[in-house]
Design a protein around this ligand. Structure first.
Ligand code: ADP
Length: 691
C-alpha cells in the first residue's frame, strides 16, 4: 500500500454536494456533510416536498411528480439541479441512480464528480457471467459451475451431471432472484431449465443460463472494501446478512459470528482482489456465499454504499460517508489496513412498513405515533421520517434502520431486543414485532443461521406453534388491572378528596372479594379472565382465573409493579418481567426470557363497543407499491370469493398477491401482465356483493 496522508492533498474537498436520493440515506449523507462543513442540496418530488431530507439540506430542488420514474430517476433533471445550485459532486445513495452507468457517465461529461466508482466498474458488474469471467481471471473463488457461452441443453446438463446435484440455474442477465431454479436431481434438469429460461426470457428478454453448485446451507457474508485513486485498498471486515426473506436482508450483523482471523483475512484479501480486478474506487461490497466447510465463493459486487453500512461503522468507528467524500475528492484513504481495528459487535434491523403475516406486503399510512428508543453510543437510528409523516406507495417502505452496538454479540443482541421493544409506531403496520420475535428466538440467539433461516424457523418467529399463554394471559390481565388502578390514583390526586373510596377501580364491594372480569383476545381467540384482588399484609396479591384454569399470580412488589413501561410479576413463584406497549385496547407484551421469547399481542375486548378496530387495510385493489404486474388471475365479470387471489405484483424483488377483500364481482381490470404499475394506481374495479 502506498504511504498515505490524507491531509497532504489540500483544498480539494467539495464545498457543496447534491444528494440524488431521499429518505434515511439522504439524511444520513447530509449529517456527515454538515459535520465536514460541506453544504448540501436535496432533491425532491411532490410526495417529499415537506420531508425530513428536504428540511435538513441547505437547499432543495424540485424534480417532479411522486413516481420515481418522473422524479428521482430522471438523469437530466438531477444533473440540472446540480448545475443550477453549483454542487461540485453528486452522492447517489443506494438504489435509484446509484448503479446507473449512464448517469455516472453524464456526471463526468458535465464535470460533476460522481461519488462512487468509475463507470467501467459499474458496467463490469452488470452481467453475472461477465463478472464471473473477470473474477475467475483474478483468481477469486467462484461457486463451482459453468458460465460459458455454449448454451445447448446437452452442455448445460453435462456440467450439472459432472458437478453433482443439487444445482442452481441462473439467468446470466439475472437480478432480484429472477430466472433462478434449483434442480435437485438429474431427471428434473430438463424441466427446470425450461422454466428458468421462460422466466429469464420474460424478465430480461435474454434466456442465457449459467449453472452453479447449489449450496444447501450457505451464509451470506459480504466484505466492505474501500479503494482510493492512489492504488490503496483496504477491507473494513465483514457483515453477515444471511437472515433474508426472499433474498432481501432483514437483520445484518458485523462481524460475522464464528469467523476465524484466518478466514476473515482470506475473504478480505479476495474482496480486494475483486475490487482491483475492475479498477475500483470508493466504497464497494463484495458478496460471498460462505459454505459450512468454510469455503467461500464470489457472488456479486455492489458498486455503492450498502443499506447495512452502519454495522461496519459501529465496529470500526469510521464514518464511511466521510471516507466516500474524501476519496471522491482525491484524498488518500483515511486509514491503512493495519490501522483498522475491529471492536465489539453490531446489529442492524430494518424497520419496514409492511405486514409480515401477509407475505410482507408493503403497508402505507400516516405515522400517527412514533416513539423511538433513546439514542446513545449503543443505539443508533437512521431514519428519514418524523411523527405525522406519510409512508406513501411511491417509495421503498423502509421507516428506519435500528442499529445497536456492544462489546460482544450476546450483549448487542440484548440491546437490540430492548430497543425493538421500545420502538413504538402507530398508524402504519410495521415489522417491528416480527423483528423482535426473530431477534429473540433461540436459533438466532445461538447463531444457528443460514440463508434459509426464516423459512426454517417460521413457526417460532410467527408463534404459530401451540402456545399455552400460561404466563402471558395473566400478565396482560394483571397489567390492565394495575394500570387502571394507577390511572385512578393519578386522577384521584387531582380531586378534592383523594382518599375517597369512590376513586378506586379496585372492584371494591362490601363484604365481597375485589373482582375484575376481563375478556382478552389473542390470535382472534377470546379468553375470559377473572382477576381477584386479595389483601395480604400491607400489600395485595391477585388470584387470576383464565377460562377456569387457575393461576395464582402475586404482585412482584406491594407498591404495584408497573415501572414505567416495564411490568414486573411473579406468577406461581416465577418472577419475570415484560416491556408493555399499550395503545387503545391493544396490549403487547415483549418477553425476553428462555422458553417463551417474543411479543405477545392481546386485545382488551370491551363489552358493547362494536368492532374493535381490526386493521384490514392491506392495500385492497390499489397497488400497494410501485412494481410490475406479474400475473392477472381473474377475468372481467368473474365472481370471486373473499381472499381469492386476483393479481400478483412484483416489487422490491418480491411477489405480492392482491386478494379480494370480500365476496364480489370483477368489473374491470386495468393492467396486463408485464406492465409497470405506479403505487396507488387502481388495479381493478371490484364490486362487493350486497349484504
Ligand atoms: P440475484 O442477483 O438474482 O439476487 P444472486 O446471485 O445475488 O441473485 O443470489 C441471490 C441469493 O440466492 C443469495 O443471497 C443466496 O441466498 C442465494 N444463492 C445464490 N447462489 C446460490 C448458490 N449457488 N447456492 C445456494 N444459494 C445461492
Amino acid at each position: 500500500m502506498t504511504n498515505k496522508n490524507s491531509y497532504k492533498v489540500k483544498n480539494k474537498m467539495f464545498t457543496k454536494i447534491l444528494i440524488a436520493n431521499r429518505g434515511e440515506i439522504a439524511c444520513r449523507i447530509i449529517k456527515t456533510a454538515k459535520k465536514m462543513g460541506i453544504l448540501t442540496v436535496a432533491v425532491y418530488s411532490d410526495a417529499d416536498a415537506e420531508s425530513l431530507h428536504v428540511h435538513m439540506a441547505d437547499e432543495a430542488v424540485y424534480l417532479g411528480p411522486s413516481p420515481s420514474r418522473e422524479s428521482y430517476l430522471l438523469v437530466d433533471k438531477v444533473i440540472e439541479a446540480a448545475k443550477i445550485t453549483g454542487a461540485q459532486a453528486i452522492h447517489p445513495g443506494y438504489g435509484f441512480l446509484s448503479e446507473n452507468a449512464e448517469f455516472c457517465k453524464q456526471c463526468s461529461q458535465e464535470n460533476i464528480t460522481f461519488i462512487g466508482p468509475p463507470v467501467g466498474a459499474i458496467e463490469a458488474m452488470g452481467s453475472k457471467s461477465a463478472a464471473k469471467n473477470i473474477m475467475e481471471k483474478a483468481n477469486v473463488p467462484l461457486v463451482p459451475g459453468y458460465h460459458g457461452d455454449e448454451q445447448s441443453e446437452d452442455i448445460l446438463k453435462k456440467s450439472a451431471d459432472e458437478m453433482g446435484y443439487p444445482v442452481l440455474l441462473k439467468a446470466t442477465a439475472g437480478g432480484g432472484g429472477k430466472g433462478m431454479r434449483q434442480v435437485w436431481k438429474e431427471s428434473e434438469f430438463s424441466e427446470g431449465l425450461a422454466a428458468a429460461k421462460r422466466e429469464a426470457k420474460s424478465s430480461f428478454g435474454d434466456d442465457r443460463m449459467l449453472v452453479e453448485k447449489y449450496l444447501t446451507q450457505p451464509r451470506h457474508v459480504e466484505i466492505q472494501v474501500f479503494c482510493d485513486n492512489h492504488n490503496n485498498a483496504v477491507y473494513l471486515f465483514e457483515r453477515d446478512c444471511s437472515v433474508q426473506r426472499r433474498h432481501q436482508k432483514v437483520i445484518e450483523e458485523a462481524p460475522a459470528f464464528s469467523m476465524s482471523e484466518a478466514l476473515r483475512a482470506q475473504m478480505g484479501e479476495s474482496a480486494i482482489k475483486s475490487a482491483q480486478a475492475i479498477g475500483y474506487q470508493g466504497a464497494g461490497t463484495v458478496e460471498f456465499l460462505l459454505d459450512v466447510d468454510g469455503s467461500f465463493y464470489f457472488m456479486e459486487m455492489n458498486t455503492r454504499l450498502q443499506v447495512e453500512h452502519p454495522v461496519t461503522e459501529m465496529i470500526t468507528g469510521q464514518d464511511l460517508v466521510e471516507w466516500q467524500l474524501r476519496v471522491a475528492a482525491g484524498e488518500y484513504l483515511p486509514k491503512t489496513q493495519d490501522e483498522l481495528v475491529l471492536n465489539g459487535h453490531a446489529f442492524e434491523a430494518r424497520i419496514y412498513a409492511e405486514d409480515p403475516s401477509n407475505d410482507f406486503l408493503p403497508a402505507t399510512g400516516t405515522l400517527e405515533f412514533l416513539q423511538t428508543p433513546i439514542e446513545s453510543k449503543h443505539v443508533r437510528i437512521d431514519t428519514g421520517v418524523r411523527q405525522g409523516d406519510e409512508v406513501s406507495v411511491f417509495y421503498d417502505p423502509m421507516i428506519a434502520k435500528l442499529i445497536v452496538w456492544d462489546e460482544n454479540r450476546e450483549k448487542a443482541l440484548q440491546r437490540m431486543a430492548k430497543a425493538l421493544s421500545e420502538y413504538r409506531i402507530n398508524g402504519v403496520t410495521t415489522n417491528i414485532d416480527f423483528l423482535y420475535n426473530l431477534a429473540t428466538c433461540k436459533p438466532f440467539v445461538e447463531a444457528d443461521i443460514d440463508t434459509g433461516f426464516i423459512e426454517k424457523n417460521n413457526d417460532l418467529i410467527f408463534h404459530t406453534g401451540s402456545q399455552t399463554l400460561a404466563n402471558e394471559l395473566p400478565m396482560a390481565a394483571l397489567y390492565l388491572v394495575l394500570s387502571q388502578a394507577k390511572n385512578a390514583e393519578q386522577n384521584a390526586e387531582k380531586t378534592n378528596d383523594p382518599y375517597s373510596p369512590w376513586n378506586n377501580t379496585n372492584a371494591w364491594r362490601l363484604n365481597e372479594p375485589h373482582t375484575h372480569q376481563l375478556v382478552l383476545a389473542h390470535n382472534d381467540i377470546e379468553y375470559s379472565v377473572v382477576v381477584e384482588q386479595k389483601r395480604q399484609g400491607n400489600g395485595s396479591y391477585y388470584l387470576i382465573t383464565v377460562n377456569g384454569q387457575n393461576f395464582d399470580c402475586k404482585n412482584h412488589d406491594c407498591q404495584g409493579s408497573i415501572d414505567g413501561e416495564v411490568l414486573k410479576v411473579s406468577i406461581d413463584g416465577y418472577r419475570s418481567q415484560a416491556t408493555i406497549a399499550h395503545f387503545n385496547n391493544n396490549i403487547s407484551l415483549y418477553c425476553n426470557r428462555n422458553g417463551q421469547n417474543g411479543v405477545f399481542k392481546f386485545t382488551h375486548v370491551l363489552p358493547d363497543c362494536g368492532d374493535s378496530s381490526t386493521d384490514n387495510n392491506h392495500g385492497g385493489l390499489i397497488a400497494p407499491m410501485n412494481g410490475t404486474m406479474v400475473s392477472v388471475l381473474v377475468n372481467t365479470g368473474d365472481k370471486v370469493e373473499k381472499d381469492q387471489a386476483l393479481v400478483i405484483m412484483e416489487a422490491m424483488k418480491m411477489e405480492h398477491t392482491i386478494r379480494a377483500p370480500e365476496k364480489g364481482t370483477i368489473e374491470a381490470i386495468f393492467f396486463t401482465e408485464g406492465e409497470m404499475v405506479d403505487g396507488g394506481a387502481e388495479l381493478l374495479s371490484f364490486v362487493a356483493e350486497e349484504g
